[in-house]
Design a protein around this ligand. Sequence first.
Ligand SMILES: *[C@@H]1O[C@H](CO)[C@@H](O)[C@H](O)[C@H]1NC(C)=O
Ligand SMILES: *[C@@H]1O[C@H](CO)[C@@H](O)[C@H](O)[C@H]1NC(C)=O
Ligand SMILES: *[C@@H]1O[C@H](CO)[C@@H](O)[C@H](O)[C@H]1NC(C)=O
Ligand SMILES: *[C@@H]1O[C@H](CO)[C@@H](O)[C@H](O)[C@H]1NC(C)=O
Ligand SMILES: *[C@@H]1O[C@H](CO)[C@@H](O)[C@H](O)[C@H]1NC(C)=O
Length: 401
Amino acid sequence: MQGYLNVLILLVCVFWCSFNADARTRKLTSTNSFLVGNYGARADGRTDDSQAFMKAWKAACASSGDVTVVIPQGTYYLGPVKFTGPCKNVHTITVNLQGTLKASTDLNKYDSGDDWVEFKFINGLRLTGGGTFDGQGSSAWGNAQCPKNKNCKSVMFVNLNDTIIYGMNSVNPKFFHIGVLQSNNFYASEMYIEASEDSPNTDGIHIERSSGVTIHDVFIGTGDDCISIGQGSIDILISNVTCGPGHGISVGSLGKYPNEEDVRGLVVRDSTIINTMNGVRIKTWQNSPSSSSATNITFENIIMKNVNNPIIIDQTYCPENLCDGETVPSRVSISDVYFKEINGTSVSQVAVTLNCSQGTPCQNIHLEDILLKYVGEELPTAVCAYADTYFSSPMLPLPCN
Ligand SMILES: *[C@@H]1O[C@H](CO)[C@@H](O)[C@H](O)[C@H]1NC(C)=O
Ligand SMILES: *[C@@H]1O[C@H](CO)[C@@H](O)[C@H](O)[C@H]1NC(C)=O
Ligand SMILES: *[C@@H]1O[C@H](CO)[C@@H](O)[C@H](O)[C@H]1NC(C)=O
Ligand SMILES: *[C@@H]1O[C@H](CO)[C@@H](O)[C@H](O)[C@H]1NC(C)=O
Ligand SMILES: *[C@@H]1O[C@H](CO)[C@@H](O)[C@H](O)[C@H]1NC(C)=O
């Protein structure tokens, strides 16, 4: 009898204790959501909600497990804000942005060198909800102060590991829309990025010193590069991008600063580029202060519609007469580049430009299944200099010799 009673007590305890544990987890889950409204956000589109956002973020970051900062629908006015980690006991931290964030237009607020919204030193960031970052850039475009004295980039992802972005809109930044810097394993999809064709320096996504970056299913129409892949970019996969207007998808510019890191392992595929200045491009500076390389790069299955320079390698880049007088050929060496299955129309007669460096000629450039028609009467042409190139025929334009 005593034995049965012990078993019964044990059973009761097992049920009771596990029920209690269940209740505890449920409680944890609900307290792991942090609504910005509970920290004082007004969402009236006028009051500066930066402090409230910071409080909600800090509470979430100091919590544990899988936590979520919730930004419901509404318009939130924000100055420069930094969502900074590390969040020690947090496994993933989700920012569920359903509303619209509007950037302060007071440029003095960006004096300290802060970009607008920065996510920094975080493992396991998730950005979801389909909300919008509105940089309110048009007031800044005219006076061009952002690129010169201030950092007014809209959304910066810096020093992050294991990030997933799903559904995010960026409109009218003061400078770049989105930057991905010093981050590993960064995955983004379903992004909508837009600014007018004449807005200056509004690059869509800029990637630099990062590895394992995947970007797909995005629309980008803007005033500068749709996507720019800067120094130190390793293993980058970009697919299903619709780009235009803008300056196209570009590697570079590389070789402007000393000690830049190499670029390698880039694939851009299954994309459409419409009404842009360039299609796919690799661009490096003349007079580069030190040497670096860009290698193992593939552009594949890309449709060009009314693109000015559909395929271009330009190693003679040096704007604003910076290279007047003595010019030294670019010291960035480019090799193992594949342009495959690229079809469509070129607005300029020179549909393919391979303008490599006299100092470090391009090695192992491949053009396969290229079919680019010139919108004018004549046949399109290809121009090459210092480029060790393999052409597969048939091809339009005809290969350069
Ligand atoms: C990200 O990973 C790198 C390499 O493992 C590590 O050095 C860095 O501290 C990590 N960053 C964060 C924010 O934990
Ligand atoms: C490409 O991305 C768009 C969103 O920009 C999406 O609607 C479409 O289904 C994607 N296409 C493929 C083949 O995945
Ligand atoms: C080239 O880059 C691709 C994509 O990152 C990678 O899978 C492949 O292994 C690289 N090839 C070489 C020879 O490094
Ligand atoms: C380009 O044209 C070739 C030949 O007509 C075709 O096989 C290929 O699928 C086309 N590619 C694209 C991206 O349209
Ligand atoms: C190609 O390079 C030459 C100098 O070698 C330069 O004069 C020319 O403008 C370049 N063309 C393009 C399209 O960049």
